[in-house]
Design a protein around this ligand. Structure first.
Ligand code: NAP
Length: 308
C-alpha cells in the first residue's frame, strides 16, 4: 500500500527545503524526496556571497546544511532515494512512483532544479572523471598547480573559474563571444587575477589525451581557425536544463524544457506547484529559489484547505 502524506516535496535544494519548512510550520504532514544529496546546486558553489544574512558569505554546503537542519527541526521527513519515475493523478490524490514503491499525496511541490548541460564534443564523455568535470568545487583539488580550462561565460563558469584560480597555476576561460554574461562583480575579479586568461570568441572542438586530458582543440568563432592548447582539466558550465520527464503532461514547458507556472506557482494541474530553477523564470539564485519555496508552500496550504 502507498505511504500517504498530505504533501510531497520533490527536490532538496533551497526551494524544496524552504517549501518543507513552510509546510511543516503550517501543520501539513510532508515528506521531501531527494534523488541525490540534500542541498541541491549550492553544494557545488564554494562560496555564496549574495544570500542575505551572511555578511562574509558562506560555503554553499554550510548554507544548505543549515537549511536542512532547520527543516528537520520542524519535523520534515527527508528521504534520499533513487528518484521519482512518474506522477499519476486521480480524483483524490497524486501517486508518486519511485524505484521502491509509491507515495500518495494530496498535493505536490516540484523543486527539482536543473542539471548541467553537455556540449557533446569528442572526448567530453570519454574523459569525464579523468580531467573533464562539471563541478570545480567538487574536483578542483585534483588540479592543484595544474593548467585548466573553464568553458562558458555565465555566473556558474566565472564563479567556479575563480574557485579554480585559487588552486590551479593557470585558468583559461573559453567563451564563444567577446563579452561575458556573468555578473560584473565576478567579471572584475577575473580581470584582477594574474593567473586567469579569457580566450574570447572560441569554442571547444575536441578534448584529447591518453588516460587523462592532455589538450583541448579550440575553434575561433570569428576566423574559423583551429588551435590546440595543453590543459590538464576542462570544466564545462554551458548552462543547465531541468529533468522533468517524470511529470508527463501534468505541466506545460517552454521550448528549453523549463516548466511554465502562473505567478502564484500553480501549474495546469491543481495541487501541483513548481518552485525554483526548474521553472521558467528571470533569475535563478538561492534568494529566488527560497522565495519560490515559500510561495509554493503557502499556495499548496490554501489548496489543501479548500479541498479537505
Ligand atoms: P548561463 O547563465 O545560461 O550561462 C551559460 C554560458 O554557457 C553562457 O556564457 C553561454 O554563452 C555559454 N554557452 C551555452 N551554450 C554554449 C555552447 N554550445 N558553446 C559554448 N558556450 C555555450 O548558465 P549558468 O552559468 O549555468 O547559470 C544558470 C543560472 O544559475 C543563471 O540564471 C545564473 O545566474 C544562476 N547562477 C547564479 C550564480 C550566482 O549568482 N553566483 C552562480 C551560478 C549560477 P553566451 O553567453 O554566449 O550565451
Amino acid at each position: 500500500m502507498a505511504e500517504h502524506y498530505e504533501a510531497v516535496v520533490i527536490g532538496g535544494g533551497p526551494a524544496g527545503l524552504t517549501a518543507g519548512i513552510y509546510l511543516m510550520r503550517a501543520g501539513i504532514n510532508t515528506i521531501l524526496l531527494e534523488k541525490g544529496i540534500v542541498g541541491g546546486s549550492p553544494l557545488m558553489t564554494e562560496h555564496v556571497e549574495n544570500y542575505p544574512g551572511f555578511p562574509d558569505g558562506i560555503a554553499g554546503k554550510d548554507l544548505m546544511a543549515r537549511m536542512a537542519e532547520q527543516a528537520k527541526r520542524f519535523g520534515l521527513v527527508i528521504r534520499e532515494f533513487t528518484g521519482v519515475e512518474k506522477i499519476g493523478r486521480s480524483e483524490e490524490q497524486f501517486e508518486i512512483e519511485h524505484g521502491e514503491g509509491v507515495f500518495a499525496a494530496n498535493g505536490v511541490v516540484v523543486a527539482v532544479g536543473t542539471e548541467s548541460a553537455k556540449l557533446g564534443i569528442p572526448g567530453e564523455t570519454e574523459f569525464a572523471g579523468r580531467g573533464v568535470s562539471y563541478c570545480a568545487t567538487c574536483d578542483g583539488m585534483f588540479f592543484r598547480n595544474a593548467k585548466v580550462a573553464v568553458v562558458g561565460g555565465g555566473d556558474a563558469a566565472i564563479q567556479e573559474a575563480l574557485t579554480l584560480a585559487n588552486l590551479a597555476s593557470q585558468v583559461y576561460i573559453v567563451h564563444r563571444r567577446g563579452e561575458l554574461r556573468a555578473q560584473k562583480i565576478l567579471q572584475d575579479r577575473v580581470f584582477e587575477r594574474g593567473n586567469m586568461t579569457v580566450l574570447w570568441s572560441r569554442v571547444p572542438w575536441e578534448i584529447k589525451g591518453k588516460d587523462q586530458v592532455e589538450s583541448m582543440v579550440l575553434k575561433d568563432t570569428v576566423t574559423g581557425e583551429m588551435t590546440e592548447m595543453a590543459v590538464d582539466g576542462v570544466f564545462f558550465y554551458v548552462g543547465s536544463h531541468p529533468s522533468t520527464a517524470f511529470l508527463g503532461n501534468l505541466v506545460d514547458r517552454d521550448e528549453a524544457g523549463f516548466i511554465l507556472t502562473e505567478e502564484d506557482l500553480t501549474t495546469r494541474t491543481p495541487g501541483l506547484f513548481v518552485a525554483g530553477d526548474a521553472r521558467k523564470k528571470l533569475l535563478r539564485q538561492v534568494t529566488t529559489a527560497v522565495g519560490d519555496g515559500a510561495l509554493a508552500a503557502v499556495g499548496l496550504e490554501r489548496y489543501l484547505l479548500q479541498t479537505r
